[in-house]
Design a protein around this ligand. Structure first.
Ligand code: PMP
Length: 336
């Protein structure tokens, strides 16, 4: 008889996600494209890692004390990750979000036990913006810390210390290219830094959606956005502290239509139900794979992030009326 093989804590379920070879994208790129299954985290997204590292960092600094409260301005995956981690460690969660967010997200956060504070939608320059509101609320609340995912580099540390070494090991100690999109930038910067520390020859590419300013920043040195995107969780207009010194070698700009095409194909052909940021990441990985092959790396190995589950978007991305209203193509099997 041996000891049970399971994890000793639910928090140990965060990370160590599987890696899967994506057949269609590999064929399209002419080399291997691998997807890191971040939807397999307990909160069903890549943001569980940032949530855990931010909470552990606050504990280590002594700012978060037993029974304390974690406050964050977020509408989505970070709030879900924080709420689960907080429950597991005995903390409370307060999530500030704009009242324009989907009903689904509000219901999910409430269902997990987070306290929701709704504020009117406002530009970032307005003190009433949900991010500023969350900071003030954290300052005013006894025993509270502000998670501050955009500028708290415990976020990217999660990826330096977990995502990058996991990928390295799972890829057998050779990765030629890594790419993903940026929301806070924690994933691209942290995974990029962690991989470069293991092998400085790995090409790190930023995959930017339309409507974000980073493509132009890395390509031409100017923060300038063009177009728009309906993808949630990605698209950044400034160099956050997490993005500062990110080792970006090259960049791609990917449209919602291209991302959606991979979301459709990965579901129909490979049985993976993903959110739009994952489709955009995969389109970027195909572009990076083609570029490496064109440079003579015929057997290039490229990895990207499958950031969250499509089950989170049943009333949007997977809904005929919503897709039509956004002018996006409807999945053939939905258009009945
Ligand atoms: N995809 C989704 C669905 C997300 O919620 C996020 C987090 N904002 C990202 C991608 C981007 O991750 P990061 O914040 O690490 O840049």
């Amino acid at each position: 008889m041996t000891a049970p093989q399971g994890k000793r804590s639910t928090l140990d379920l965060i990370g160590n996600t599987p890696l899967v070879l994506l057949k269609g994208p590999s064929e399209a790129a002419g080399c291997e494209i691998w997807g890191k299954c971040e939807f397999a985290n307990p909160g069903a997204s890549v943001k569980d890692r940032a949530a855990l590292w931010i909470v552990r960092d606050s504990e280590a600094r002594g700012t978060l004390k037993p029974g304390g409260t974690i406050v964050e301005g977020t509408a989505g995956n970070t709030g879900i990750g924080l709420a689960l981690v907080a429950n597991a460690l005995g903390y409370k969660t307060v999530i500030v979000m704009p009242e324009t967010q989907s009903r689904e997200k509000m219901d999910t956060l409430r269902a997990l036990g987070a306290e929701l504070v709704l504020v009117p939608a406002a530009p970032f320059s307005n003190p009433g913006h949900f991010v500023h509101t969350s900071r003030r609320l954290a300052e005013e609340t006894e025993g509270a810390v502000w998670a501050n995912q955009f500028d708290n580099i415990a976020n990217r540390k999660a990826h330096i210390e977990s995502t990058a070494p996991e990928l390295w090991e799972q890829m057998g100690g050779r990765i030629d290219g890594f790419t993903c999109a940026a929301g806070t930038g924690g994933t691209i910067a942290g995974t990029g830094m962690g991989l470069k520390a293991l092998d400085e020859k790995v090409t790190i590419a930023l995959t930017d959606p339309h409507g974000a300013a980073l493509y132009n920043y890395y390509a031409h040195g100017e923060l300038k956005a063009e177009g728009s995107s309906v993808a949630e969780g990605i698209g950044q207009g400034r160099i956050t502290a997490n993005l500062d010194s990110a080792p970006i070698d090259t960049q791609f700009r990917i449209s919602d239509e291209e991302g959606l095409e991979w979301v459709t194909r990965l579901l129909a052909e490979e049985g993976l139900c993903l959110g739009l940021s994952s489709g955009i990441n995969v389109a970027g990985a195909v572009a990076l794979g083609r570029k490496l092959v064109a440079q003579g790396k015929k057997d290039a190995r490229v990895a990207t992030i499958l950031a969250d589950t499509g089950f989170r978007y049943l009333s949007t991305l997977y809904n005929q009326a919503w897709l039509e209203a956004k002018g996006l193509p409807v999945f053939p099997w939905l258009a009945r």
